[in-house]
Ligand binder design. Structure first.
Ligand SMILES: NC(=O)c1ccc[n+]([C@@H]2O[C@H](COP(=O)([O-])OP(=O)(O)OC[C@H]3O[C@@H](n4cnc5c(N)ncnc54)[C@H](O)[C@@H]3O)[C@@H](O)[C@H]2O)c1
Ligand SMILES: [Fe+2]
Length: 389
């Protein structure tokens, strides 16, 4: 049997100015008490006032929660869940990057599910989510994670990261307005954009890919490949920001359907052990992982190369695969992300411990077109330390 389940997108308003649909969408839920979730940086930039100001309404009470750190930990998640369980909310509105959106998802769902988050973690779960929880409207302010369309929330653990996954974590409504991303600093634009590109590439290479996810992934690769460098260099470029917003949204849907693979599996320990931003962890590893696995997927790497650049027709699959790896390495450098692990201050003695945690990400490694052993993973980290592809 070769059939698959298609996960579709939530109700979505996407495009420049789409935030004006927030009031309408809130009204659909006729809420009495709303929890707004955002991180403190967004609050200090005036995002909450700007977005919530126009939707203030005597009919509903609004509480604001901002105790969120980037790359949130289990503790960050437990805190917001505790808070929400005491609040009797009828709607959650999450505004921010993946960190704030993932916490909004947990707040909404675990308001109605008992137990601590640790019991629901994918790698070690003993419980399954039973209740849908409170409705949630998610508003991304970075073009990266695709958290507004996926069914996961990511949590940083001591040595690695893990997810809580369930369809109840999918947004009820997503509002994707690229105008909200113009204030994202270049370094965050680069990391979040590289995350989105990695989602699309890994979804396309995934053993679970299909015609539906491939269409989403390739369109995302095209949009992000064409816009990322411009968005990093000129954050006010409306077209680049819009292409990145669509690209990250499509990439999120692509990986929700096909999954991400070894790049994410190896990136998680960098996040857990060294607190490297999720997007930057993926970006630095992307060329090294693809280089190691390229013989298992060279026809697909050729298609990615052709999607990023048109002049590959004269190359064989193998040649194009090599060029694709080199091109992505160049892109990572051009957007200012270190091209070696040493660039993040990580000592090369860390490779063994990183590989020991990387191999635990069975769910992700299972989607990689090449089966990777712990010794292979170690070799990939070692190449990311030497910088030799
Ligand atoms: N749920 C998913 O499907 C999914 C997928 C991939 C990654 N993630 C997770 O998402 C998190 C990362 O999210 P992220 O990459 O979006 O970064 P982030 O949410 O951590 O934000 C990074 C920084 O950018 C700031 N920021 C966000 N929007 C801004 C804006 N418009 N203007 C100025 N500053 C802004 C934030 O305050 C923060 O300091 C990680 O925990 C990662 O593991 C989740
Ligand atoms: Fe990611």
């Amino acid at each position: 049997m070769h059939y698959t389940r298609i996960a579709s997108s939530p109700v979505t308003h996407i495009g420049w100015g789409a935030i004006e649909k927030l009031q309408f969408e809130i009204e659909q839920y006729n809420p009495t008490k709303i929890l707004i979730v955002a991180d403190p940086v967004l609050q200090s930039l005036g995002f909450i006032d700007k977005i919530i100001g126009p939707v203030q309404n005597k009919k509903w009470q609004i509480d604001i929660y901002t105790d969120i750190i980037p790359e949130p930990t289990l503790e960050t998640g437990e805190k917001i869940v505790d808070f929400t369980r005491r609040g009797n909310y009828s709607l959650v509105v999450g505004i921010g990057g993946g960190s704030a959106l993932d916490m909004s998802k947990l707040a909404a769902v675990f308001a109605s599910n008992a137990g601590s988050l640790i019991e629901y973690l994918n790698l070690t779960a003993s419980k399954t989510i039973q209740q849908k929880g409170i409705p949630k409207i998610l508003i991304p302010t970075t073009s990266g994670t695709g958290a507004e369309v996926t069914n996961i929330s990511v949590l940083a653990l001591e040595k690695t990261k893990d997810v809580i996954a369930h369809d109840y974590l999918i947004a009820d409504v997503a509002i994707v307005d690229p105008a909200l991303t113009v204030t994202v600093p270049p370094v965050v634009t680069a990391a979040t954009g590289a995350d989105a590109l990695t989602h699309a590439i890994e979804a396309f290479l995934s053993v679970n890919s299909n015609a539906y996810s491939d269409g989403l992934a390739l369109q995302a690769i095209k949009l992000i490949g064409g816009a990322l460098e411009t968005a990093v260099k000129n954050g006010h470029d409306e077209k680049a920001r819009t292409d990145m917003a669509y690209g990250s949204y499509l990439a999120g849907l692509a990986f929700f359907n096909a999954g991400v693979g070894a790049v994410h599996a190896l990136a998680y320990p960098l996040g857990g052990q060294f607190h490297i931003a999720h997007g930057a962890s993926n970006a630095v590893l992307l060329p090294y992982v693809l280089n190691f696995i390229k013989d298992s997927c060279s026809p697909k790497l050729k298609i990615i190369f052709e999607t990023l650049r048109v002049e590959s027709k004269e190359f064989t699959d193998e040649e194009a695969a090599k060029k694709c790896v080199a091109l992505l390495g160049e892109l990572v450098k051009n957007i200012g992300i270190p091209d070696k692990l040493g660039g993040f201050g990580i000592p090369d003695t860390a490779a063994t411990a990183l590989a020991a945690d990387g191999i635990l990400q069975k769910r992700l490694l299972a989607r990689c077109p090449m089966a990777l052993k712990e010794s292979d993973i170690l070799k990939i980290y070692e190449s990311a330390f030497t910088g030799i592809l």
